[in-house]
Design a protein. Structure first.
Length: 125
């Protein structure tokens, strides 16, 4: 997950926690039920699942900003919060925050994707 998202190895704990979160909400091969459904008895809601490492924009509430301040902060989705429908977002300065008010661009990865494209253009001539 870290290599695919082009994130540093220092986020290994976030990747493991996210993988566990997804596995508990995925069907088991022997049964059509998920581990969470077998343990708790109710079907898990998977509508909030997003791509690990996707570009995320965290909304800044109106009370916390001035008239011309930006309305969102750019970050990267690095996980979920287990007890509610919130996301763990790593801001560009490596600070991690938890928020429910997030907009995702799943087709756009972390900024290092742009470097790879530039490198391919350079190598190709």
């Amino acid at each position: 997950m870290l290599q695919d998202a082009k994130l540093p190895n220092s986020l290994w704990a976030e990747a493991v926690t996210t993988a566990n979160y997804i596995c508990n909400r995925s069907p088991v091969s022997a049964d059509s039920k998920t581990p969470k459904e077998l343990f708790y008895g109710d079907k898990p809601d998977v509508s909030n699942l997003k791509t690990f490492g996707a570009r995320a924009y965290v909304h800044i509430p109106k009370a916390q900003r001035q008239k011309l301040d930006p309305v969102s902060i750019k970050g990267i989705m690095v996980g979920y919060v287990a007890d509610n429908k919130a996301y763990r977002i790593m801001l560009d300065d490596t600070k991690k925050i938890i928020s429910r008010d997030v907009t995702f661009e799943e087709s756009i990865g972390v900024p290092k994707d742009e470097d790879k494209t530039q490198e391919a253009r350079f190598v190709g001539g």
